[in-house]
Design a protein around this ligand. Structure first.
Ligand SMILES: [Zn+2]
Length: 139
């Protein structure tokens, strides 16, 4: 199934509406299944990427590596709008997602689910403000 691709026409950032679109675009190459979104930064990776490498943005605070419980609690398999952010911190999408300082990769626009309270408190103690990405917080 094809979805329309939304693009500003001005940046190299493209928005794909589903992981299926991505695999169509990368036809012929083995791509890991992008099926979990980090609830803190929105980065989308495969379960095994989170397990092997952790979240490139949040590993120092959430410790995903070899910790499937944390992966299950702090990532969500339900998300919308996969955005490819390619290192340009001035991209409108990066600004819109508030990920200026994050590594290039795929990010979910909207994630269903919230971090558990104990983890939120943990982040708060480290000076990190968690903003749910499920649409419940408006700027
Ligand atoms: Zn993250």
């Amino acid at each position: 199934m094809r979805h329309p691709v939304h693009s500003s026409g001005q940046t190299r950032t493209q928005i794909y509406t589903s992981a299926e679109d991505m695999s169509t675009l990368k036809r012929g190459r083995q791509t890991p299944k992008l099926n979990r979104a980090c609830m803190l930064c929105g980065m989308v990776q495969s379960m095994s990427q989170f397990r092997n490498e952790g979240c490139p943005n949040c590993e120092s605070v959430l410790h995903f590596q070899d910790n499937e419980d944390v992966i299950r609690e702090c990532t969500s398999p339900t998300f919308e709008g996969l955005v490819a952010v390619r290192g340009s911190s001035s991209s409108w999408v990066a600004r819109w997602l508030r990920i200026e300082n994050f590594v290039p990769g795929f990010y979910a626009v909207r994630i269903v689910g919230k971090l558990p309270d104990d983890i939120k408190n943990d982040l708060y103690a480290q000076g990190i403000e968690y903003r749910p990405r499920d649409g419940s917080v408006q700027d």
